[in-house]
Design a protein around this ligand. Structure first.
Ligand SMILES: [Cu+2]
Length: 178
């Protein structure tokens, strides 16, 4: 039996397959699962360990970190590794203080975040997280590159056929739902 939920799931899956970029994830800092938005950017009270939290995930360029917090007490400060080790928020790379912060990860490598409120970083409201390069093939280098080998035409065709089928499925699904 086809339910509305099933249809929704099929549509969502189709969208993901047709637009792979939609696979970028949002990681709620301190949250228990991907995509779950929780008020969790706080001074660790014994239940949250941000370093452990960060080590649970493999994030990539294109993903986002979401910080939910009370802006009367906390903020989000991006710093370099030296300032991170010193808990020094005065030499920041970027600061957010709205209580509802989404940090889009634009570069691979280590990213360092601390809370700028006095003593909060020292109390472990801080973490570093490694971002890997974006998922998928790298863009072709600028200019001519004789060493660059194009993927086999058959693979490209398969993707087009698959996307064609999925697009058709989507059209049928929408037509059925209306
Ligand atoms: Cu804080």
């Amino acid at each position: 039996m086809e339910t509305r939920a099933t249809r929704t799931a099929i549509v969502a899956l189709s969208v993901l397959l047709i637009f792979p970029g939609a696979l970028a994830s949002v990681y709620s800092v301190g949250g228990s699962s991907i995509g779950q938005l929780e008020v969790n950017w706080v001074v660790p009270n014994g239940t949250i360990n941000y370093s452990n939290w960060a080590s649970n995930f493999t994030i990539h360029v294109g993903d986002s970190l979401y910080f939910k917090y009370n802006p009367n007490y906390h903020n989000v400060v991006k710093v370099n590794s030296t300032m991170y080790a010193l808990c020094d928020s005065s030499h920041y790379l970027q600061v957010w203080d709205t209580g509802d912060t989404t940090v889009f990860i634009q570069e691979p490598g280590m990213h360092y975040f601390i809370c700028g409120a006095p003593t909060h970083c020292q109390k472990a409201q801080a973490f570093s997280i490694l971002a890997l390069p974006a998922v998928g093939p790298p863009p072709p280098p600028p200019g001519s590159n004789p060493g660059f080998i194009s993927p086999p035409a058959s693979a490209a065709t398969d993707v087009h056929v698959l996307r064609g089928i999925l697009t058709l499925s989507l059209a049928v699904l929408f037509a059925t739902c209306l």
